[in-house]
Design a protein around this ligand. Structure first.
Ligand SMILES: [Zn+2]
Length: 211
């Protein structure tokens, strides 16, 4: 008898814009790794489980990062880079987002895209749900833009505004230390009548009351 694992739990997963919010059932399983099949293992304990049980049924369903049965797809090892052992299959994998702590699925199709189309090293792991990843990328771009503005010898007033708004975003996201609030206040002192001043003041008040 096959134990039932994740598919019957009807868990909420953070939706992925391309792949949805539930496991994508293919009906394919790789039950005998001795047949030359290899699935990318994600943690030492998972690897141990795999080795010991020789099938995913040995993995504790509560273990975060576990494979979802019946979701395997066939991989193309010749297109993968960065690992001595190539994966022959990908599974949908249940993971917990590092940022929002919600469950999400690192889809088998997405892994194929990462490791075969984009040629990310097979060791590259997915640690954030799709929406946190998007937010994280947005913040990276914002920080890069902030750094450019910050390094400039002179700035226009609109660049000062842009920099101040970016600073607020980065403080709110926890990337900048709250001490940066003083520099926002300094901007307000320099430009008390700018059209963005009211917005900046409101956001600053919200940060300082929650801090
Ligand atoms: Zn998340």
């Amino acid at each position: 008898m096959k134990p039932t694992l994740i598919p019957n739990r009807r868990t909420y997963y953070v939706p992925h814009p391309r792949y949805g919010s539930q496991p994508r059932i293919t009906g394919i399983n790789v039950e005998n790794l001795k047949d030359g099949a290899y699935i990318r293992c994600w943690t030492a304990s998972e690897l141990e489980s795999w080795t010991r049980k020789n099938s995913f049924y040995g993995i504790d369903p509560a273990h975060i990062g576990c494979l979802i049965p019946d979701t395997a797809i066939v991989a193309d090892p010749s297109r993968q880079v960065g690992s001595s052992v190539a994966s022959t299959h990908y599974y949908d994998i249940e993971k917990k987002c590092r940022d929002c702590r919600q469950l999400f699925i690192f889809y088998a199709e997405e892994q194929r895209y990462w490791y075969e189309e984009l040629q990310f090293p097979v060791d590259a792991d997915c640690i954030r749900c799709a929406s946190c990843r998007k937010r994280s990328q947005m913040l990276d771009r914002l920080k890069a833009r902030y750094d450019v503005l910050s390094a400039a010898e002179t700035r226009t007033v609109s660049e000062e505004v842009e920099m101040t708004l970016a600073r607020l975003d980065l403080i709110e996201a926890g990337i900048f230390h709250p001490q940066q609030i003083e520099r926002v206040r300094a901007f307000l002192n320099r430009h008390p009548d700018h059209e963005q001043t009211a917005t900046i003041r409101t956001r600053l008040a919200a940060i300082t009351t929650t801090a």
